[in-house]
Design a protein around this ligand. Structure first.
Ligand SMILES: *Cc1c(COP(=O)(O)O)cnc(C)c1O
Length: 450
């Protein structure tokens, strides 16, 4: 039996798929944070590339991938689709379990799929430097790789707590020539103000975003880049799902359920969006499940409304499921899943009932991760493991019912930089946390009134 489905380099997609062309209801536009009016492209030009702004608003179904970008994608794409035969045997399940593995990129996750085109378009438009923020360091390292490839400079504002606790992600950025600064820093007004007020703050993603945006807005040669949430990011990630569709043809199979973890919502949409036209057409039974932590239950407990993307209320208002922009997630180990909102395109499809969502506790997620690693060898990122947990549950249900379903897991990255979380799990130091309904309500009460 074939257990590894590999495509040739020529089969790297030539176009990204834009789900905005196929939504059941139109996307609500982003609003200006000060006026509350729909955002104009010119509002974004001081900090974003023109081509990316165009993609952000596009409703064209297909968008060409520049040949220079495909050339770089060749370093690790097409990524493999595996049949998890050892996991199936370990679970004694008749289910057919597959996983798409994005951990083979140089940065170890799906994030370079968008970092490369974002750096490319900025370089083409004469931008010399990109400023960004990073929490756990996955996005910072992916963008450092991309700017290194196109001979650009990169400044990464890294949340102070992660900067101190996760030194190796910061070492990667250094190897690729980026400058990584603990945030809050003394480089920006927003950083200096916070430091004056809270000298010992561990920082937050919200503060780091404010610093990176200010840096980009105050330097002509510098733009800003975001690693998730925005439409153009999800567009770039569709290379995953377009490849998967071809790989399932090779396997002469078709998924019954697709699972992906959801932080800001980019790796999961990347794999499922190319399946949305099928679901709206003759594949009505196809299930697509966005998997999130119970500690940050955006899609399962949030409210579908307009909210800010950051704590400092600098970003445009986005229509999304949100826990409120001043929601402070508990310190769970899946650092990449601790965002208060989710991508508007994904939220639209959840709201329309096309995509479902489910939330899981971190100890059960690590149980699943270890079961997976011991069967398949690959040590998954704690984020990705949120998608493994429900797939294992479904495979066990298949054993009991005798049904054979095809289950697809999107394995967004490896966990080599998260081994201390695995240690914490083995030593019984992980705590489960269910974000209380009461606190969700309190945070939601502070949403902008419209
Ligand atoms: C950043 C990250 C995520 C979460 O981000 P999304 O935008 O929801 O994909 C998931 N997995 C890994 C490995 C990541 O680095």
């Amino acid at each position: 039996m074939i257990t590894k489905f590999l495509l040739d380099e020529e089969e790297i997609p030539k176009r990204w798929y834009n789900v905005a062309a196929d939504l059941p209801t139109p996307l609500d536009p982003p609003l200006h944070p000060a006026t509350g009016e729909p955002l104009k492209p010119a509002d974004l030009e001081p900090i974003f590339s023109k081509e990316l702004i165009k993609q952000e608003a596009s409703t064209e179904r297909w968008i060409d991938i520049p040949e220079e970008v495909r050339e770089i994608y060749r370093l690790w794409r097409p990524t493999p689709l595996y049949r998890a035969v050892r996991l199936e045997r370990a679970l004694k399940t008749p289910a057919r379990i597959y996983y798409k593995y994005e951990g083979v990129s140089p940065a170890g996750s799906h994030k370079p799929n968008t970092a490369i085109p974002q750096a490319y378009y900025n370089m083409k438009e004469g931008i010399a430097r990109i400023a960004t923020e990073t929490g756990a360091g996955q996005w910072g390292s992916a963008l450092s790789l991309a700017t290194c490839i196109f001979n650009m400079k990169c400044t990464v504002y890294m949340v102070r707590a992660s900067y101190d606790q996760k030194p190796y992600r910061r070492s990667m950025m250094r190897v690729w020539g980026a400058e990584c600064i603990p945030s809050p820093s003394d480089r920006t007004n927003s950083g200096r103000q916070i430091r004056e007020r809270l000298p010992n703050t561990p920082g937050s993603l919200g503060i780091a975003i404010s610093e990176a945006v200010e840096d980009a807005a105050t330097h002509d040669d510098t733009n800003y880049a975001l690693g998730s949430v925005l439409n153009h990011v999800l567009l770039h990630q569709t290379v995953e799902g377009l490849e998967v569709k071809k790989q399932f043809e090779m396997a002469d199979d078709y998924p019954d359920v697709i699972y992906g973890c959801c932080g800001g919502g980019s790796n999961f949409p990347g794999v499922v969006f190319p399946f949305v036209p099928d679901k709206l057409g003759d594949k009505k039974d196809l299930r697509m499940v966005a998997c999130e932590p119970t500690a940050c239950p955006t899609l399962t407990k949030g409210m579908y409304t307009y909210d800010f993307g950051d704590t400092a209320r600098l970003t445009p208002l986005l229509k999304m499921y949100t826990l409120g922009h001043d929601f402070i997630p508990p310190g769970i180990h899946a650092g990449g899943l601790r965002y208060h909102g989710d991508a508007p395109l994904l939220c639209n499809l959840v709201n329309n009932g096309v995509i479902e969502a489910a939330a899981f506790h971190q100890t059960e997620v690590f149980d699943a991760a270890v079961t997976f690693a011991r069967a398949e060898g690959i040590i998954p990122a704690p984020e990705s493991s949120h998608a493994i947990k429900p797939a294992i549950d479904e495979a066990i249900a298949c054993r009991k019912s005798g049904q054979s379903k095809a289950l697809l897991i999107n394995l967004s990255g490896h966990g080599h930089f998260d081994l201390s979380s695995y240690d914490a799990y083995f030593e019984g130091r992980l705590e489960d946390y269910e974000y209380p309904e009461e606190l969700v309500k309190q945070s939601l009460a502070k949403l902008p009134k419209r």
